[in-house]
Design a protein around this ligand. Structure first.
Ligand code: BJ8
Length: 426
């Protein structure tokens, strides 16, 4: 993945070149073992393989070209930041992935050791100068979701230009009003940064583009209800991961092409695994690139993953913004309504998530649920109990996993997952 054509660009971004080369080497090897080793992948996955092979190359070059034309790059960590507004300001919206152990020692100088791996990862990537996305950002947007993130942003904002959105923790009327005020504040911040006025026409276009992307991902998700499963969970996760940093229009087209291929496969009665393969659904914390450890373990234990109830999955794609509004205020209301449906574990109470998990598992004909919480993630670890109870009541077995990005627990995880797959199979 390291490419001498990009060395100058990485140097200009002030990356630590030798550490960055090391990261790309590990990532390339990891990708080869986990992704390219799969048999019977859909032809359309070649596009995703290409995008990933150029994740620090061509896509970063595109960001630099956009910046040279005067466009701004906005980095985010959470699906609460409305991409519709970013696009309406003619800026580029990228998710900052945070899915690998990197710069942990430096990160632990800014946040406590007992902080989830995702938070340590985004701080570590910055402090170790490893992430060309973070370095390309004109603004990074944080949010007051969990305690770990909101406190980490205090330290992080000393190193990157930040805007922090206040995300409420309840779904009351006053919480909705607060969030609407925050959406307005984000709009103003974008207008100030980009010099572009967000008109109703621009916002309508932003809403349309993001809805189209979500519709394509919804289509992909629905096709996974077929048995045999037309696509592996690893590939579907990768598609969701790439949705956060690829150009949205190009990405939507390639997902729809892939869905056409999935439909052909389903019509032919074919799949990525034989019919009757134990079907598992993942639920819980988001899995950012290159956090593929657990999906790989699950699919190499004789199961196929048929859905991800996660922000890098259906929590980000389930709801669309109503496109019928035509005034600015009505469009902002439509955005607020859509975003306030997100069932993140940071909300209390968050009862809709339990219903969403069980109905999704039934729609996808999942035989079991693997609940995944990152170590030290209080919100999702707490909700594992509620999801366990709800899935037992729905007659679907659940396995609760807490892990991080290290490889130390791989053998232990394998043993637990294999036993769960055997139990589900019988
Ligand atoms: S809307 S899930 S993307 S906050 S894993 S950092 S919760 S301690 S990621 Fe999230 Fe937005 Fe919610 Fe989605 Fe904290 Fe937990 Fe770490 Fe987490």
């Amino acid at each position: 993945m390291s490419n001498p054509n990009y060395t100058q660009m990485w140097e200009n971004l002030n990356l630590d070149l030798s550490a960055h080369d090391g990261l790309l080497e590990v990532l390339g090897k990891f990708y080869g073992d986990i992704y390219l080793s799969q048999q019977g992948r859909l032809k359309g996955m070649e596009y995703l393989d290409f995008v990933l092979s150029e994740v620090h190359g061509l896509r970063i070059k595109e960001l630099q070209d956009a910046k040279a034309q005067g466009r701004k790059v906005i980095g985010t960590f959470c699906v609460f930041v409305p991409e519709e507004l970013t696009l309406a300001a003619d800026a580029v919206h990228v998710g900052l992935c945070a899915g690998a152990d990197a710069g942990t020692e430096q990160a632990e100088q800014l946040v406590p050791r007992n902080t989830c791996a995702l938070i340590k990862s985004f701080i570590g990537f910055k402090m170790a100068r490893l992430c060309p996305y973070t370095e390309s950002c004109d603004l990074v947007v944080g949010e007051t979701t969990c305690d770990g993130k909101k406190k980490a942003y205090e330290a992080f904002s000393e190193h990157v230009p930040m805007h922090v959105m206040e995300v409420p923790h309840t779904k009351s009327q006053s919480a909705r009003e607060l969030f609407k005020a925050e959406v307005l504040r984000y709009k103003e911040q974008l207008e100030k940064l980009t010099g572009t006025t967000i008109t109703p026409q621009r916002l309508a276009e932003g809403i349309r583009i993001v809805n189209e992307k979500r519709r394509a991902l919804q289509r992909l998700s629905a096709l996974r209800a077929s048995d045999p499963a037309p696509i592996s969970g690893r590939d579907a996760l990768l598609i969701n991961q790439v949705s956060f940093y690829d150009d949205p229009v190009r990405f939507t087209q390639s997902v729809n092409t892939l869905c056409d291929q999935m439909e052909e496969r389903i019509k032919a009665g074919e799949g990525i695994t034989p019919a009757g393969t134990p079907r598992l659904m993942l639920s819980g914390c988001p899995m950012a690139v290159p956090n593929w450890k657990l999906p790989y373990i699950m699919e190499s234990s004789g199961a196929v993953i048929v859905g991800e109830e996660s922000c890098i999955g259906t929590r980000n794609t389930r709801d669309l913004v109503n496109e019928s509004a035509d005034s600015m205020d009505a469009m902002l209301d439509a955005i607020v309504d859509r975003y306030m449906k997100i069932d993140c574990a940071c909300f209390t109470p968050n009862d809709e998530r339990t219903g969403n998990v069980t109905s999704m598992a039934k729609e996808l004909k999942a035989d079991g649920i693997v609940h995944y919480a990152l170590m030290f993630c209080q919100p999702y670890a707490h909700e594992a109990f509620k999801i366990d109870k709800a899935s037992r009541e729905a007659g679907i077995p659940m396995l609760a996993i807490e892990t991080d990005y290290s490889m130390e627990d791989v053998e232990q995880l394998k043993t637990r997952v294999e036993a769960f797959v055997e139990m589900v199979r019988s």
